[in-house]
Unconditional design. Structure first.
Length: 134
């Protein structure tokens, strides 16, 4: 699983959601926050970019979509589990407070959340594990 704090916590919460572990409450959890490991699964943390290479040596690996795709993996085909569209890790359009009502920002948000973009994501990106979050 990834060794950086954000993606490690994200991976742990994904595994918890699928019943493998239980953790204390909190945002940035680590394996030290584990409260239950009924299957006695051993966790190994590594640099996220290295995780696809671990598949020959481990039973399973939690790999971010970008690194999985770069390694030739197709999440919709190769993954055991994938985050759903309700994941708190969706990409967002973020702008300065002063710019939030500008015509350009409003046009960008409208375009990004259009039915055409959603259809593109569903057709071209969803097979690679990227889901529309709008």
């Amino acid at each position: 699983m990834p060794n950086d704090p954000t993606n490690c916590a994200r991976a742990l919460r994904l595994l918890e959601k699928h019943g493998l572990f239980k953790f204390k409450a909190g945002e940035l959890i680590t394996s030290r926050d584990m409260t239950e490991n009924p299957r006695e699964i051993k966790l190994i943390e590594l640099e996220a970019a290295q995780l696809p290479r671990t598949l020959v040596d481990v039973t399973a690996s939690v790999i971010n979509t970008n690194f999985a795709s770069e390694a030739g993996l197709i999440p919709s085909r190769d993954a055991i589990v994938i985050e759903d569209k309700d994941s708190p890790y969706a990409n967002v359009v973020a702008v300065r407070e002063a710019d939030k009502d500008s015509p350009a920002v409003k046009a960008l948000v409208k375009a990004v959340q259009s039915p055409e973009v959603k259809a593109f994501i569903e057709k071209e990106l969803e097979p690679r594990g990227i889901l529309p979050a709008f």
